[in-house]
Design a protein around this ligand. Structure first.
Ligand code: DGL
Length: 357
């Protein structure tokens, strides 16, 4: 009996040592899908010092991935070329198509996160739209660049590495759509392009960044207080085309010309980027009252980059049946109003949405 026990014990020990000797399997890297849409990050210039006058949207997604072999250290990246455009040419139709592809991908168990390369000009609008409609807590990160891929010290490769590392991070889940450039992590709702040329252009001037990327790892300092992604009421499933919403910029002597043009064009909503605290010049107010009488929803925003537009402050919104944009920029207010109009034309309900998102 003892001999059999000794043989069995020896077998167990031999098995244990052989297992211990085997190298621990590499931890399985997260799967991140890279959706390329164009922009400067995919841009090429004629010389290494060309930082303006280059051609945006020339490199394909495979070239973007190949330029950063380090991506393979942080994620298993699969690339898709969704569009190849400069982002000034992005439209709500592009937003809908992109949102549907993102949602399809995030619904798959084998996709852990999505990164979207995008031109910087309208990146903040696409990011906010996705923040309001993508029903998943999985990370969605938008990234761009301020220098073309061919320039000295191009910022695209490190921005792309950081964006993929962020999307691959379990700590990035549930934070809403994020924008990651220049080692900084910003919330889609709060971020805006603040400079036409510098690498640190994406900022949230009043509310600040969410966190930073340090050596490929996110460090978060705050979270947004506004509802996003899975917590929103918006569903684009049956939306073929977003309701048309225009933006009118107010300036000294701007009058009612642009508002009348919007009315004639048949928009469903007008965002008025007023002076100061959303002030309305006499003739502009008269035109907006006419617009409202035709069923157009009017949102008072401000051309001023900071602060919120106070309801019933510079105009009697209750009496005029107008909505105020809170602290959303005119371009972000337009994104939200477009989506709000897919749900309702009730201005009280729409005002609630501007307080919530
Ligand atoms: N044409 C601009 C765009 O695609 C270039 C700016 C950029 O991508 O950084 O948004």
């Amino acid at each position: 009996m003892n001999a059999r026990l000794i043989r069995f014990a020896a077998w167990i020990l031999a098995m244990a040592s052989s297992v211990a000797a085997q190298p621990a399997p590499e931890p399985r890297l997260p799967n991140v899908t890279l959706l390329a849409t164009g922009g400067t990050i995919a841009g090429t210039g004629t010389t290494s010092t060309t930082t303006v006058g280059y051609k945006a949207a020339t490199l394909g997604v495979d070239a973007l991935v190949a330029a950063v072999p380090e991506l393979a250290k942080v994620a298993r990246v699969t690339g898709e070329q969704v569009f190849q455009i400069a982002s000034e040419n992005m439209t709500p139709a592009h937003w809908l198509q992109l949102a549907r592809r993102v949602s399809e991908l995030l619904a798959r168990d084998d996709v852990n996160g999505v990164v979207i390369t995008h031109g910087t000009d309208t990146l903040e609008e696409t990011a906010y739209f996705l923040d309001l409609v993508v029903k998943s807590p999985k990370p969605v990160v938008l990234v761009g660049a301020m220098r073309p891929s061919t320039s000295i010290s191009a910022d695209g490769p490190m921005n792309l590495y950081n964006a993929v590392a962020l999307a691959a991070s379990s700590d990035a889940a549930g934070r809403g759509v994020m924008v990651c450039l220049n080692d900084q992590i910003n919330a889609a709702r709060d971020v805006t392009k603040t400079d036409t040329a510098t690498l640190d252009t994406f900022r949230a001037p009043e509310l600040g960044l969410l966190g930073v990327m340090e050596a490929g790892h996110p460090i978060f300092y705050r979270a947004s207080t506004r509802a996003h992604t899975s917590a929103t009421e918006f569903d684009i499933g049956a939306v073929k085309e977003l309701p048309k919403v225009g933006i009118v910029l107010a300036y000294a002597g701007s009058g009612r010309l642009a508002i009348d043009a919007m009315i004639a064009a048949g928009v469903k909503g007008i965002v008025h980027a007023g002076t100061g605290n959303g002030s309305l010049a006499i003739d502009a107010k008269a035109a907006l009252v006419e617009a409202r009488s035709k069923g157009i929803v009017v949102v008072r925003a401000s051309r001023v980059p900071g602060g919120a537009v106070a309801r019933n402050g510079e105009a009697d919104d209750d009496a005029l049946d107008f909505v105020v944009a809170d602290n959303l920029s005119p371009q972000k207010a337009r994104v939200l109003l477009s989506l709000a109009l897919t749900r309702t034309v009730d201005t009280r309900e729409i005002q609630r949405m501007f307080w919530r998102y």
